[in-house]
Structures are given as structure tokens and as C-alpha cells.
Design a protein around this ligand. Sequence first.
Ligand SMILES: [Zn+2]
Length: 388
Amino acid sequence: MTTALTDAELLAKLVAFDSTSHKSNVPIATYIAQYLETGGIEIVRNFNAEQSKVNIIARVVGTEKNIVSQGLILSGHLDVVPATENEWESDPFELHETSDAYIGRGACDMKGFVALAINTARQAAHQRLCYPLVLMLTFDEELGLLGAQHLANTWPEPFPLPKSAIVGEPTSLRVVRAHKGCMYINIHVTGQSAHSAQPHLGANAIIPAARIVTELDILRRRWATQPIELGELFPETPYLTLDVARIQGGSANNIIPGYCQITVGLRSLPEQDRDALIAEIESAMRRGQAKTPNIDCKLEVIANSPPLLVSADSVICQTMCDLMSQKSAAGVSYATDAAILQTMGIDPIIWGPGSIDVAHKPNEFMPKNEFAQARRILDMAVERFCTQ
Ligand SMILES: [Zn+2]
């Protein structure tokens, strides 16, 4: 059995693994599994088809094994975004400590919470729990919730999961019960390329693409002024947001461009009909295409992650608001694994130390006071969910 590390020592170990999403997460997952392999913890390794990525599910078993309405899941992702920015003032994969913060890639998003969750579980294994405490550590969240989706597709494995979950993304310790969905759509505009000296032999794809972009912008402005149910959960952007994120077309100065691609991003609110939204994008595409013969337009949804909405009356929401003395749970605009957990019949709230404002940026940091407070709250949450 490995010796116990302090929360900060464990965070330093986790940060030292370069678990950028495009790399395998097996090394960091193996380390965590070994660290957790102590009496009283069961570990399930949930591999992807290529065996290059793995979700770690660890359970501290309670005496009341089969009561899953009780118990608690602590969930986090093991991957981090790349740390290639020049502005890093220290090695991103070596935890750097100042008087009030820990700095490193993932310190905030979200190895800080993962370290706390692991040590909470290790400690709980020495207590006598009534109901299970489950760690759910996923791969490739940053690539579009891939690990959580793989888990949802392949579970149930050996045991049922508790109903309540905390997904520890950085919220500055605010309890969050809703987030928007995230969709990416490619629009392929295909014409006919030709020598630019013979334009009559070609069909320029960029011109209709530009008209489509204009139609999409009209749609964006209309949506931005339309009040939507549950908008109050997202005070900064209480509406459906659309952006034309990328456009790419043409290959040379003397060629009539035969192809142009537009990529659109869409952040939908909970309970919006996402198929209807896709249909509206398609109509905008057709209006833009309308006056151009010999042009073919196709729409392709390349990512479609669901929104999250957990009931304010759920046990997890009530308990965490109570522990944080927070009146009511909030909403955030970024997507998380929580939305996938909800499709598995789990009630997940989002709550974790650190600010989303520093995530995915150079010199990402975890405030020491929030880190310590989060650990105390986690211990209290385990007591509420797993021991009574
Ligand atoms: Zn994250």
C-alpha cells in the first residue's frame, strides 16, 4: 500500500503527468489506481476500444451495499488542455507554489478537485460507511465529453451507481445545477472549380457561402433578443447564442473556388428542442443558397453535447446549497461531463474550487484557501450522503 500524501502533494503528483487530451491517460490512471489500492476500495478500469484511454471508477463500499439512492459520486476528468502558450512563467507540468496559490496546467481545471476527491475516498475507506462513495475519473472531457460518453455506453458494469453526484469543475465553490448544451455544425458549400480566366466554366462556392453567413447572422441577432424559459439561470447570456466560428474556402488566386466550409457553434439552453434549432440553421442555409444555381449545400452536425438541468429540489442540490449557505443553485455556459451523467439517471451538480476564468489559460492557478475549504466541504458531504 502506498503512503498517504497531503492534498497538495497529491496535486503536485497529478500535475506532473502530462495528460494533455491527445496523449494516453493510462500513466496517470495507473498511478491513481495504485494509490487507491488500499483495503476497502474496489477499482474498475473502463478502457476505450484501443486501450489507450481509461476511465477509473473506484468505490468505497458501504455496509448497505445495495442501497444506491443513498451514497455519493465524486467526478472529474483526468485530461488537460495543451500548455503550449509562451506566457507560462513556470514549467506547466511542475506544480509551482506561491503564498496563496498552486500554479500548473490542470491545477484549476481540474486536477485540484481530483486530488481532493481521491484523498477523500482514501480517507473514507478507513471509516465505516453505510452507503457507497464512488470516484468517477474520466478521459477526454476536453475533446467533447468522450470518456463520460464511453462510460455511459458501456455501464452497467459490476455495480450500480449512486443517484447523487458532484462534478468538480471549477465554479469558485458555487453550486451549479444547469449548463447550456454545445453544438458544432459544418456547412459544406460545393460549387465547381475552374481557371479564373474561364469563370463561366465554374461555380464560385464562396459567394453563396457569404450569403449563408449573412443569413446566419440575421438568425443570431433574432435569437439574441428572444427571451427563453430558464434564461434567468444564465444572467450573462440568457438566450441561445450562435457564432460563425470558421470559414475556409478557395485554394489559389487564379482558381474559381469550388468549395467553401462554414463552421457554426451553438449554445442551447436546457429544454430547447435541439433538432428544431438544427432545422432553423438549415433554413438559413437554404435562404443563403437560394439565388445560386449549380451549388450544393449540406449540413453536418459534428458535435452535439446535451445541456444540464438538475432539479432545485434534488437531494444533491439541496444538500450542497445548505453546506455552502447558498440560496439557490446557479447556471453556467460551459459544457461538462455532468450532462452525460444525467443521461445515466444520475443527479449531478457542478461544484469545485478554482475559477473558470483562469482555466485553459497560461499560469492557471488554484487558490489555496478554496482548495482547503473544498476539502472540508467534501468531508461534510461524505458524512451527509454516506454515513447516515
Ligand atoms: Zn474541466
